[in-house]
Design a protein around this ligand. Structure first.
Ligand code: FAD
Length: 396
């Protein structure tokens, strides 16, 4: 599909069709379907409160919940969330609207702990609402003093009769303002250290919970949560006391590869926009596209993009074929780190080739330049990915 305003051509499916060793027919079909149907003519994918409903119409939220729990994560016999399907969806969404991509991913982060805890049946209504786009989920792990070092979180949970009472603060929580629930990680047994960390399904209107927005360089729903004697029902506990860290890290493990796919989608958009621009922009009597230094820049963009895409697909394939949840950790870390860093460089070259237009508000590459930046920080910074890779390779 080509963009009417800029002439950029979208070819998400084509990149998967050329790599049948990594994907199955349903992944290619999903890419083709999104190439044909994923447009944002009415602006819904750029309007946070309307995004979930549009994602449901597109059938994408079904990918977050396995068939057995009422979703349609078809490609792995419906038994688990299919990482390659997530990657196809996120690449296509991020190409069109990084905000919609982020909301899609956080719907997953806010439902996956329930699935990992084996609560699909008990929480069937919650999951069904997520799939219908009627419920927006969120995932609240980060705290002011616990970012990369998540295990040091201080939010506490204590049992009081038929309730849990939560106290603490969370920051940089995506979907604040539109979420119906937060999966909050809190320590229910401080004497056990990180083994006391537990997960709670906290409704956004729970008494004692205050959510305030954080302004960002891009227009994403993001905010801070304060819990002051925040009371939730005893049934809010997800899994058992002490399972929280496993659920949090397990959830991030499912989604981290797809952050790389989102970066690929944004970089692909930047490349397509840039190619369309240099074909028509004439300087020194001929199109920029015919100037050799411009061709060299395009070659660098395309090569880094393909390298990122290949690392993402390898990691996603490994996750989809792994028996052990921890398998593929190095490939996943490489994919997340390389794809997000490479996408930043690709987009930056795009900005350069647009010249003054590249830094003017309203241009697609200028928006992408701001949109790509948080991907190098969230779900494990680049430095943390390096620690995972380097640690695994040097461990005796
Ligand atoms: C847009 C956005 C959305 C987010 N959404 C969510 C969400 O929905 N839910 C949620 O729970 N969190 C969310 N986060 C938080 C995100 O996961 C954290 O910002 C991230 O984990 C980093 O934590 P921090 O910001 O506290 O940085 P810090 O941990 O303080 O790190 C600061 C710097 O120090 C580096 N550093 C830290 N430790 C080491 C080390 N050992 N060696 C080398 N360098 C190190 C880091 O790489 C980083 O460069 C979001 C963040 C952003 C920006």
């Amino acid at each position: 599909m080509s963009d009417a305003k800029t002439g950029a051509e979208r070819r998400t499916a084509a990149s998967y069709e050329r790599l049948p060793m990594f994907v199955d027919a349903p992944h290619v079909a999903l890419g083709r379907d999104l190439d044909a149907r994923l447009t944002d003519d009415d602006g819904a994918l750029h309007d946070a409160p309307r995004v979930a409903a549009r994602l449901a119409e597109l059938g994408l939220l079904r990918l977050l919940v396995p068939t057995a729990q009422g979703g349609g994560a078809w490609a792995r016999d419906g038994a688990a969330v299919d990482v390659r399907a997530l990657c196809v969806a996120r690449e296509a969404l991020a190409y069109v609207s990084p905000m919609a991509d982020s909301i899609f991913a956080v719907q997953g982060l806010g439902s996956q702990p329930l699935l990992l805890a084996g609560e699909g049946t008990r929480r069937a209504e919650v999951l069904a609402e997520i799939v219908r786009g009627a419920r927006v989920a969120a995932f609240a792990l980060t705290e002011p003093d616990a970012g990369s070092d998540v295990a040091s979180l201080r939010t506490s949970a204590r049992r009081d009769g038929d309730a849990w009472v939560l106290d603490g603060e969370k920051v940089f929580i995506s979907n604040v303002g539109i979420a119906h629930h937060y999966v909050v990680f809190a320590n229910a047994d401080p004497s056990a250290g990180k083994k006391g960390i537990s997960a709670f399904l906290v409704p956004s209107d729970a008494p004692g919970l205050t959510a305030t927005p954080i302004a960002m360089s891009v227009d994403h729903p993001l905010g801070r949560l304060r819990m002051a004697s925040c009371r939730v029902d005893a049934s809010a506990l997800v899994g058992d006391v002490g399972q929280g860290l496993r659920l949090a890290l397990g959830t991030l493990d499912v989604f981290r590869t797809s952050v790389g796919a989102a970066a690929v989608g944004m970089a692909r958009r930047a490349l397509d926009e840039t190619v369309a621009r240099v074909r028509t922009r004439v300087q020194f009597g001929k199109p920029l596209a015919e100037q050799q230094l411009v061709q060299a820049a395009i070659a660098d963009m395309a090569t880094e993009l393909d390298a990122a895409s290949l690392l993402v697909l390898r990691a996603a394939w490994e996750k989809d074929h792994a028996d052990d949840a921890r398998a593929g950790a190095v490939s996943v870390a490489m994919a997340k780190m390389y794809a997000t860093e490479a996408a930043q460089r690709v987009i930056d070259r795009g900005v350069q080739l647009f010249g003054g237009l590249g830094v003017s508000s309203g241009s697609v590459v200028e928006r992408l330049y701001r949109e790509i930046r948080p991907l190098r920080i969230y779900e494990g910074t680049t430095e943390i990915q390096k620690l995972i890779i380097g640690g695994a390779l040097t461990r005796p």
